[in-house]
Ligand binder design. Structure first.
Ligand code: PRP
Length: 234
């Protein structure tokens, strides 16, 4: 059966929030509350991280709320089936833990290790560091990743999974950065659509750091510029 390698691009998103920096999928907009003027203050970066993180893009509260909704959407899609969750290491660590604890379905969990070794913020050559161990033949698979950026990782992993003959594969990413896409691919379930900013935290790293931040933040450009400069000078 198969997934058809994710969905082709061009599906329309709705931007009912009017926010230009962060877009949520339609289900996130449904509100029965009357519109009132909100005077929410901007979340502030904890002092410890202020030198490195410019601002918070998605707070821990927004993450928790959205992930619960995502889990419900996935549940609806997989109801009546035993699913195999295949998660890509290592960026999914926090997202995965929060997502699966809200999935009220029988599931089995396995990991594929895949990393791109590139310069600074650019994704480079893909290296597989861990293969799948569970048998997914005839199973319903949910492939989970933290971010869909150029689409290279998904485009390499999906055909590999297809060879194992699952019944179907659905893809789920916490973040989608369509502005950077070079491979024609879309995820079936998306937490947040984000603009082209270098984000870290909640599992996402820069040079293996910042994965432990409880929020998704925008990295100060001086941090990655310094590292790139150092690599170039070597
Ligand atoms: C990151 C991220 C995605 C991939 C997305 O992985 O976790 O898997 O890049 O980028 P793409 O759409 O351009 O392929 P990375 O190789 O940095 O490994 P990590 O998960 O260990 O951080």
């Amino acid at each position: 059966m198969g997934s058809g390698l994710g969905r082709m691009r061009g599906r329309k998103y709705f931007s009912a929030s009017g926010k230009k920096t962060l877009r949520f999928r339609p289900s996130h907009f449904v509100s029965t509350q009357p519109k009132t003027k909100k005077t929410k203050t901007k979340p502030t970066v904890p002092v410890r991280w202020r030198q490195e993180v410019e601002r918070i893009l998605i707070t821990d509260e927004q993450l928790a709320k959205r992930i619960k909704i995502l889990a419900r959407e996935i549940e609806k899609d997989f109801r009546g089936r035993e699913m195999v969750v295949v998660s890509l290491l290592s960026g999914t660590v926090m997202f995965l833990a929060d997502l699966i604890r809200h999935l009220n379905l029988p599931l089995r969990l396995d990991f594929i290790g895949v990393s791109s070794y590139g310069l600074g913020t650019e994704s480079g050559e893909l290296v597989f560091t861990k293969e799948l161990r569970l048998d997914v033949r005839g199973r319903d698979v949910l492939l989970v990743d933290d971010i869909l950026d150029t689409g290279k990782t998904m485009s390499r992993v999906l055909p590999k999974l297809e060879l194992l003959k699952p019944r179907r594969i659905k893809t789920c990413v916490l973040l989608d950065k369509p502005a950077r896409r070079t491979f024609d691919i879309e995820a079936d379930f998306v937490g947040f659509e984000i603009p082209d900013l270098f984000v870290v935290g909640y599992g996402l790293d820069f040079a293996e750091r910042y994965r432990n931040l409880p929020f998704v933040g925008v990295l100060h450009p001086h941090i990655y510029k310094e590292v790139i400069q150092r690599v170039i000078q070597k």
